[in-house]
Write a protein that binds this ligand. Structure first.
Ligand SMILES: [Zn+2]
Ligand SMILES: [Zn+2]
Length: 237
């Protein structure tokens, strides 16, 4: 399966737009998150020659602006998609009501099938500051094992991995996305890195809100199995 990075602060050159948030495209037809801004998202999609007519499903990890910020702009260009949002996080939100009509809203349960070989974890309970912030992650099932794609990992990156491991009982090939470890102490991150190893995570690609310290520590622990991703990257899992 192919993964393309469409939105993050890291860009390889000025031809891409940088911004806070995250967005990745799976096999050209499942979009995971939309970054903080639609114009910048569409610019990067244009630069990568992505045909948004092929997008069939958009999965929004959680109710933070840096993950749904580009959605409205995208839905002006593409309608008739499945929009996967957490019931707890979005059902009553003003944001969902403000979106253009003509799309099917889907609330994921545990391990819902989004597309062939693509699953949602369903909303996993999480917190941000003092508020509840449930979040869903994506699971890609490939011949190499599972790839897990996270937005901000507010439930805790380890909790997400443990949940997936428990349900799927397969090896974890890659964990990619925001691990939300910025500002965390080295001691805390060290425990998390060790837990990744214990869980048998083979490759890591922390980005977005993972934080520099965590990036360095994961890089050191994973060596060649660490991916330093930026907007414009496209690779197979
Ligand atoms: Zn975020
Ligand atoms: Zn967040």
């Amino acid at each position: 399966m192919n993964i393309k990075i469409l939105f993050d602060k890291k860009i390889p050159s000025r031809k891409f737009a940088s911004g806070w948030g995250f967005s990745a495209l799976i096999d050209d037809h499942v979009l995971f998150d939309t970054g903080c801004d639609g114009k910048r998202l569409l610019k990067n999609m244009d630069e990568m020659k992505i045909d948004f007519k092929k997008i069939e499903a958009v999965v929004i990890s959680h109710n933070h602006w840096d993950h749904w910020g580009g959605l409205k702009e995208l839905l002006k260009m593409r309608s008739g998609i499945q929009l996967w949002v957490g019931r707890e996080g979005f059902e009553k939100s003003r944001f969902i009501k403000s979106l253009p009509a003509g799309n099917m809203i889907c609330y994921p349960g545990a391990s819902s099938v989004v597309s062939d070989h693509v699953y949602s974890t369903g909303e996993i309970e999480g917190r941000y500051m003092f508020k509840k912030m449930p979040e869903q992650s994506l699971i890609l099932k490939t011949s190499r094992g599972l790839t897990i794609v996270t937005g901000c990992a507010h439930p805790g990156i380890v909790k997400i991995l443990e949940t997936v491991r428990e349900r799927f009982k397969e090896n974890i090939y890659l964990v990619l996305g925001g691990f939300h470890l910025f500002g965390k102490r080295r001691k805390t991150i060290d425990v998390i890195v060790r837990r990744f190893k214990e869980l048998g995570v083979e490759n890591v690609a922390p980005c977005h809100c993972s934080g520099k310290t965590a990036l360095n520590m994961f890089h050191k622990a994973y060596g060649n199995n660490f991916m330093d991703l930026k907007v414009g990257d496209s690779f197979e899992v």
